[in-house]
Design a protein around this ligand. Structure first.
Ligand code: AMP
Length: 197
């Protein structure tokens, strides 16, 4: 059996947060979402939250050094020893290098990268809906446009790196939650990654 050391990647509004939670539950691993960590800190008004709030609201990326340190600390915790699901990290080539340095040191590379594809129009539509439902400060028109453009210019290129390593599974993100989740399970099963009992 292959350990579930997973990354889910897709444009904002692709549903990766929701699918990530489900994967984590089904495979018995923690979901590590950098976006969630930052939002929780902003909400609590911690020093980290105060440091990143303006960056997040504008739709820019938090500096790599800060983000990578948070992920390293989280992955070093006991509950991530058997596997984990990364959501929203790494997000650029610098962060891929940081993550490699950490995982190579443990001889524990990522075993699958799930690429959730959703057409740009549909992403924007879903984000506008989420803005109305959840009132996220960064779900305004300007920030959405910036985040999608950063995704295309900085995040999508990291897929080439992982493709070369043969770990990417492209999954169609259009459909019901159950349909998309089923596609993910099929892809992981083909890699010998099985749900926890
Ligand atoms: P998300 O919920 O993944 O869309 O993240 C929300 C916001 O948090 C992003 O727009 C960034 O400002 C910040 N953020 C989340 N993950 C990262 C990351 N890996 N690197 C830099 N900034 C991030």
């Amino acid at each position: 059996m292959t350990a579930p050391r997973l990354l889910i990647i897709g444009p904002q509004g692709s549903g990766k947060g929701t699918q990530g939670e489900r994967i984590a539950q089904t495979y018995g691993i923690p979901a590590v979402s950098t976006g969630d960590v930052f939002r929780a800190n902003v909400k609590e008004g911690t020093p980290l939250g105060l440091q990143v709030k303006a960056i997040i609201d504008a739709g820019d990326l938090v500096p790599d050094e800060l983000t990578s340190a948070i992920v390293r600390d989280r992955l070093a915790q006991d509950d991530a020893a058997g596997g984990f699901l990364l959501d929203g990290y790494p997000r650029n080539l610098g962060q891929v290098g940081d993550l490699d340095a950490f995982l190579d040191g443990r001889d524990e590379p990522l075993t699958a990268v799930i690429e959730l594809s959703v057409p740009r129009d549909e992403s924007i539509q879903r984000l506008s809906l989420r803005a109305a439902e959840q009132g996220r400060a960064d779900d305004n028109e300007e920030s959405i446009a910036k985040r999608l453009s950063i995704y295309e210019s900085e995040t999508a290129p990291i897929l080439d790196v992982y493709r070369e390593r043969g770990v990417v599974d492209a999954v169609d993100g259009v459909g019901t939650l159950d349909e998309v989740f089923e596609r993910i399970v099929v892809a992981l099963t083909a890699r010998g990654i099985a749900p926890s009992a």
